[in-house]
Each structure stands twice: as structure tokens, then as C-alpha cells.
Write a protein of this length. Structure first.
Length: 266
């Protein structure tokens, strides 16, 4: 669907700002003049003057400071509030765009702003960025172990300080994003897991190898947990000497809960 969304801000049930007025404010900010701003925005001087007068009169703080100089003369500058209004309007447009993208993506969580942001906008240096919700919190004196459900079959454990739990206001069913660097993850076949690594890692996610890249020192392995969710491990080649890897084989992604970073929205 080729949908578009247009944000209109109202104050006391009357139109306060729309794309035309925001374009005018941006043009005034660029030119330093209502008359030149009107030309740049493609509207008449009278329409621009009336729009600025209406916004200034109907808000506790003015949006534009005007200097007298006759029709077409004088200067105009945006106030701090006017500049912030433009920034907020641009932010609304980005959020709307993400919402429209999510509508066309069957796997996007439309009930979670954080889920949409993690899918379409949030970028971090961590290779693995997985959206989920808190299943449980095990509280200790100085730290907590948080269980995060990322699929119906896969949970991630994160060990964080109790202070972080309070600061992030974590609770059961809250949406979160987990961040795990690729080098923090190693891999293991089921046979080798049984014979030596089962108790060494508190996170053991079973998936399927769908891609591999290798150089002299390291191997990058992509493990699909579902058709939509993958996790990437960056492993030293010496740690793979006991493994015979091939595409399509089941494999465990192993990592410590202390290497998991948790992000949330208030």
C-alpha cells in the first residue's frame, strides 16, 4: 500500500501547525525574513504574515520575533520554541514513516513503539539486536537475572545490576531490546555441547546455520532462530577445530548473560 500520513497540530480545537506552516517556519529560519520566507515556501506575503500572527497569538510563547520595517522590510527570527516545534514536527514525521513501514511488514510489532524502532530505525555497533519482552526477573542482592522472550521457543538471560533494573523500570511483559556483540558468542554442535560446554554458558540458543564467512583468523556464522530472527557469532578459528560446520546444520549459539545489554523505553 502506498499510504502517506500528514501531521496537523491543533490547539484549542483549531489548526495550529501543518506542513505548509512548518515549511514557512523553516523558510523564515533560512532567510531571516517573512517576505523572503514566503517566497521560498511558495505562499503570498499576506498568507505568511497571517499564519505567523495566528501562531504567535495562540501560543503562550511566540514562534517568530519580527522587526518592524514596513511591508516586506525588517527581519524575522525563530524563537527557541519555534525551532523546537520544527524539530518536533520532523520527529513526528519520522515516527509516522516507521508506522507506515510497519503496516506493510507482517512481522513488525504494531503494539510496540520500541519494537518498530528496533526494526526500522535503531542502529548500534552490536551485531545482534533482538526485540522481546520480559518473561521474568530473578532478584538478588546486587544483581538481577532477567529472562527475555524473543520467540516462543527462545529466551535470553541477561545479568544486570539491581540499580539498572530500577532505572529502566523493568517489569514482567515490558518490551525491551537486547544487544549482544558478535565476538561474545561462540557456537557448538549438540554432540560437543553434551560433552563439555553445557554448563559453561547460561545462554544456549538452538538454531540453523544459514551463512558463513571465514578468513585466516576468524569465522562469522549466521544462525537463524526463526525465518525472521537471526543471531551472528564471530568466532576465533582455533575455537572451531572440534566442529565440522556446514550450511543447514543445527547449531547452538552460546554466550554469557553478563554480555547481554538491555535497552528499554520509559
Amino acid at each position: 500500500m502506498n499510504l502517506t500520513a500528514i501531521a496537523t497540530l491543533q490547539m484549542n480545537n483549531k489548526m495550529f501547525a501543518n506542513p505548509r506552516r512548518i515549511a514557512l517556519l523553516k523558510a523564515i529560519d533560512t532567510t531571516g525574513s517573512i517576505s523572503q520566507g514566503a517566497k521560498l515556501a511558495g505562499i503570498s506575503y499576506k498568507a505568511a504574515f497571517d499564519a505567523i500572527k495566528d501562531m504567535n497569538n495562540n501560543n503562550e510563547q511566540p514562534l517568530v520575533n519580527c522587526e518592524k520595517g514596513g511591508k516586506g522590510g525588517g527581519g524575522a527570527t525563530l524563537t527557541r520554541f519555534g525551532q523546537r516545534l520544527i524539530q518536533m514536527y520532523d520527529l513526528l514525521n519520522k515516527i509516522q514513516d516507521m508506522g507506515l513501514q510497519a503496516l506493510n511488514d507482517e512481522n513488525a510489532p504494531l503494539d510496540s513503539l520500541l519494537g518498530i524502532m528496533s526494526r526500522f530505525s535503531l542502529q548500534t555497533s552490536a551485531r545482534n539486536q533482538l526485540f522481546g519482552h520480559i518473561h521474568a526477573i530473578e532478584t538478588h542482592d546486587l544483581h538481577d537475572v532477567v529472562t527475555i522472550a524473543i520467540t516462543e521457543q527462545h529466551n535470553i538471560l541477561a545479568t544486570i545490576t539491581h540499580g539498572s533494573t530500577l532505572r529502566l523500570r523493568l517489569k514482567q511483559n515490558k518490551d525491551v531490546v537486547t544487544l549482544i556483540k558478535g565476538p561474545a558468542i561462540t557456537i557448538c554442535s549438540e554432540e560437543n555441547l553434551i560433552h563439555g560446554k553445557r554448563d559453561r554458558f547460561d545462554n544456549q540458543l538452538l538454531g540453523t546455520i544459514t551463512a558463513m564467512k571465514q578468513d585466516r583468523q576468524s569465522t562469522e556464522i549466521t544462525i537463524s532462530l526463526t525465518d525472521e530472527i537471526s543471531i551472528c557469532a564471530f568466532v576465533d578459528n582455533q575455537d572451531l577445530m572440534d566442529e565440522t560446520l556446514r550450511l543447514g546444520m543445527p547449531i547452538y549459539a552460546l554466550f554469557h548473560s553478563t554480555h547481554v545489554i538491555v535497552a528499554s523505553m520509559r
